[in-house]
Design a protein around this ligand. Structure first.
Ligand code: CO
Ligand code: ZN
Length: 334
């Protein structure tokens, strides 16, 4: 598990720059799909057709996003420091002293303008990236270049920590569940590795409007309520994957929630039910695509989301793989 996961989480892929991820994932899903395509936005779509004798095949879209939060250079100072803007939900608290890596491997250190008040936090435009240049002319990065936060993967027992568990862990769950499915399946399955989720679930919206699924299942991280002074939330690391009931962008289809719970119970998979008060996932645009679909989400509980040390529990990851495979393997009666 950890070898593939390390490859996925350490890869470069801020929103809009998912090419490298696509190249990693494509050969992993190809042997298990009937057809693998890439659409104009860059979504990677692995299509597994239903068995020819399937009685009532539904179109099911599974989505995990390849992109991660990051930064984009907006201006380079005369002395060669790069000012930047955010790609997705970057909070200033997480920046100072951190490192970023550009597509070509250039590493920069994040510095900040002088703090008058040590307890205050600067807005994003008072931070800069130091790539070791001395002038605008010798600066190796340019306006429009994107970087991700640079941090190696680390496993500490069941706790797995990386810069981009959101949402490479969802990609991992999708890849692993696809591998474990029987050769002949009852439904028409589309595994979408989506782009540009962190800037507003854009890739999944385009893919869902093309596929027009009957059922949609997003795979993404969710917050937990198990750390000091956290917002009260009944999701904990290590208690199993979370079946989403609601987030701020979507109410999950109640029949799909019931089916997920039933499959988990039948298979003896520990699970939690998630009500997330902030944020949403690719399940939202899937739910609203075309004439609408029955959408839900299997979430992987994650501490420190949108920091360079997003942390999940290996047991929840394995549970999510089993749950997704169990849902996709059988009849889907909503
Ligand atoms: Co995110
Ligand atoms: Zn995510």
């Amino acid at each position: 598990m950890n070898e593939l996961l390390q490859t996925l989480v350490e890869a470069y892929g801020p929103s809009g720059f998912e090419d490298g991820l696509r190249d990693i994932i494509r050969p992993l899903v190809e042997p298990h799909a009937d057809e693998v395509t890439v659409d104009a936005m860059g979504n990677l779509i692995a299509h597994k057709r239903p068995a020819t004798d399937a009685a009532n095949p539904l179109k099911v879209m599974v989505a995990a996003h390849m992109d991660e939060i990051g930064v984009m250079v907006s201006h380079i100072t005369e002395k060669g420091f790069a000012r930047f803007t955010n790609i997705g939900g970057v909070t200033p608290h997480t920046l100072l002293g951190g490192r970023v890596r550009f597509a070509d491997g250039t590493v920069g250190v994040i510095g900040a303008d002088r703090f008058e008040e040590r307890s205050s936090v600067h807005p994003l435009n008072k931070y800069y990236i130091d790539v070791g240049a001395t002038s605008r002319e010798d600066c190796p990065v340019r306006v429009g270049d994107a970087a991700h936060f640079d941090r190696p993967f680390v496993a500490r027992g069941n706790h797995l920590t990386a810069k981009s568990m959101d949402d490479r862990i969802g990609c991992y769950v999708a890849i692993e569940a696809l591998r474990r499915l029987p050769e002949h399946v009852a439904h028409d399955l589309y595994f979408v590795f989506s782009v540009q989720e962190e800037v507003g679930t854009r890739g999944a919206e385009a893919a869902a409007n093309r596929i027009l699924p009957d059922v949609g299942i997003a795979l993404d991280v969710t917050l937990t309520g198990d750390v000091p002074e956290s917002r009260p939330m009944d999701v904990r690391l290590g208690d199993g994957p979370a079946i989403k009931a609601k987030d701020s962008g979507m109410i999950a289809h109640s029949g799909l929630v019931r089916l997920m719970r039933q499959r988990a119970e039948e298979a003896g998979i520990a699970y939690q039910v998630e009500v997330l008060e902030g944020g949403t996932t690719d399940a939202r645009p899937i739910q609203l695509a075309g004439p609408g679909s029955a959408a839900g989400c299997i979430s992987i509980p994650c501490r420190y989301v949108h920091t360079p040390s997003e942390t999940v529990d290996a047991r929840d990851v394995e549970g999510a793989v089993q749950l997704l495979a169990a849902v996709l393997s059988g009849e889907i009666d909503l």
